[in-house]
Design a protein around this ligand. Structure first.
Ligand SMILES: [Fe+2]
Length: 130
């Protein structure tokens, strides 16, 4: 849900495709097999997304391509691509505080995510412990 909040904030600021960003936020880690090293979970998430397209959600072919690209490559740390894909990756990276990592601005893909206020907001939420 933190990634979803990050994504909505960034999508508005970057004029990205909010539907794709929301779907990415909800699906990107659904196929993890462990919480540590699982480099194929993005590929599995993209495959899963294809299986539920049309029943759980509807998107255009272009939106599906963007969603698939974002899901498949969200583990690698790329910073280049369509603005919607970059917003997806930044939404996830802004939550790195959950594992004790502070996102480095030069590893973020959008101007909005590098904004010190956004970084502070995201870090404070990611580090929250109930
Ligand atoms: Fe992930």
């Amino acid at each position: 849900m933190r990634v979803l909040q990050n994504g909505r904030q960034l999508a508005r600021a970057e004029n990205a495709n909010i539907k794709v960003v929301e779907l990415f936020s909800l699906l990107h880690d659904t196929q993890r097999r462990n919480e540590n090293y699982d480099p194929e979970h993005g590929m599995r998430a993209a495959q899963f997304a294809r299986t539920i397209r049309g029943s759980w959600f509807d998107v255009t072919d272009t939106e599906m391509e963007l969603l698939s690209e974002a899901l498949i490559h969200h583990f690698e740390g790329y910073t280049d691509g369509d603005v919607t894909v970059r917003v997806c990756w930044d939404a996830d990276r802004l939550d790195l505080g959950r594992v004790g990592i502070e996102p480095k601005p030069d590893r973020l893909c959008t101007v909005s995510a590098r904004d010190p206020n956004i970084l502070f907001w995201a870090n404070a939420r990611a580090r929250y412990k109930a």
